[in-house]
Design a protein around this ligand. Structure first.
Ligand SMILES: NC(=O)c1ccc[n+]([C@@H]2O[C@H](COP(=O)([O-])OP(=O)(O)OC[C@H]3O[C@@H](n4cnc5c(N)ncnc54)[C@H](OP(=O)(O)O)[C@@H]3O)[C@@H](O)[C@H]2O)c1
Length: 305
């Protein structure tokens, strides 16, 4: 089974329609590196070529861990990371200055053991950053020097729409899942019309529809539950409206959630985070799996009217 590929905007560069999120629990020191490597290797074996990470993911351990795991393997791998926020003594510091952008990219190159990054994304910028000539100039220079192939931003839909209008970004990363549909779809259509790539973050909607989320059986699961309760409380509450997924014949929640995202042709890649090889393989099977039945799609549509 090989995951299908889609064009990265109108660039013609092909990326897997399911990418691997290399952050969160996957990147933490408490998650053994050997198991993290098993996930990456399995993903690459099945044709996943888009790996997404960030300098401040997993307490700063995600990028160097991914670099060690890849060990310079670069052929066919599309490496995406973030810029503009870094960790200082455990605190996230935002730095959109030209110097800060360059220093961050150089550090990422070192961490990831490579001489170029395929995609660098502004990590949750404030609106004024999009008007900041220093930031935009630094990104343009890094592109010109060949250190970075494409630039994008990971943000909410209002700012993503503005970024698409500006025309200087190749890609937008949006929260897009069964709980967050309409706003992201509007922006994804704008992006597609402008020839830009769209990465869907949190495509599994943090599996708030899975009762197992609330009965954690491992340290990873406890971490996911605490993260959901701390950062995604509204999603957790909204998850109740997805209980019908438990009883839907022939489908289970994660498949339906991922299929929903992949059925949007404006989405270039759904970036899924996982620490479980069985989940990874299960998710990849959605790529060449059946479409959502019309009645299930209609029910899912009703969750975010
Ligand atoms: N601001 C940003 O830049 C930003 C923000 C959010 C996300 N992202 C990107 O998007 C990636 C993914 O985001 P995310 O981790 O928030 O959300 P997600 O991928 O929607 O959800 C991850 C959760 O889904 C579970 N899962 C995955 N496949 C499963 C399956 N088949 N069955 C049951 N559970 C399954 C994982 O648990 P297991 O480990 O047990 O599989 C984990 O709890 C990140 O790693 C990052 O690359 C970026």
């Amino acid at each position: 089974m090989t995951v299908a590929k889609r064009s990265f905007g109108n660039t013609g560069v092909m990326v897997s329609e399911i990418g691997l999120g290399c952050g969160g629990y996957w990147g933490l020191r408490s998650f053994p590196e050997q198991r993290a490597a098993e996930i990456v290797d399995l993903a690459l074996e099945h044709g996943v070529n888009l790996l997404d990470t960030g300098p401040n993911y997993s307490g700063g351990n995600a990028e160097p861990r991914l670099g060690r795991i890849l060990g310079g393997r670069r052929d066919g791998v599309f490496l995406a990371t973030k810029v503009g926020s870094r960790l200082e003594r455990g605190q996230v510091v935002k730095d959109w200055s030209a110097g800060g952008i360059r220093a961050s990219v150089e550090a990422s190159l070192g961490n990831l053991r490579t001489d170029h990054l395929d995609l660098v994304q502004l990590h949750s910028p404030s609106p004024d950053v999009l008007e900041n000539e220093g930031t935009l100039g630094a990104l343009a220079a890094l592109k010109q020097e060949g250190l970075v192939s494409f630039v994008g931003l990971s943000t909410d839909s209002a700012l993503a729409a503005r970024a698409i209008e500006l025309g200087v970004f190749d890609c937008v990363m949006l929260t897009y899942n069964i709980l967050h549909q309409r706003d992201s779809e509007r922006v994804a259509r704008l992006a597609e019309a402008a020839g830009k790539a769209v990465l869907a973050r949190s495509p599994m909607a943090h599996v708030v529809y899975e009762s197992s989320l609330f009965r954690p059986t491992s340290r990873a699961r406890i971490w996911y539950l605490l993260r959901a309760l701390k950062n995604f409380r509204r999603d957790v509450a909204k998850g109740r409206s997805l209980r019908f997924l438990h009883d839907w014949k022939g489908w289970h929640g994660p498949h339906a959630a991922l299929r929903f995202v992949l059925e949007n042709p404006c989405v270039t890649s759904a970036i899924v985070g996982t620490t479980d090889p069985r989940h990874l393989v299960d998710n990849l099977s959605v790529s060449d799996g059946p479409p959502l039945p019309a009645d299930l799609l209609e029910r899912l549509r009703g969750v975010d009217p």
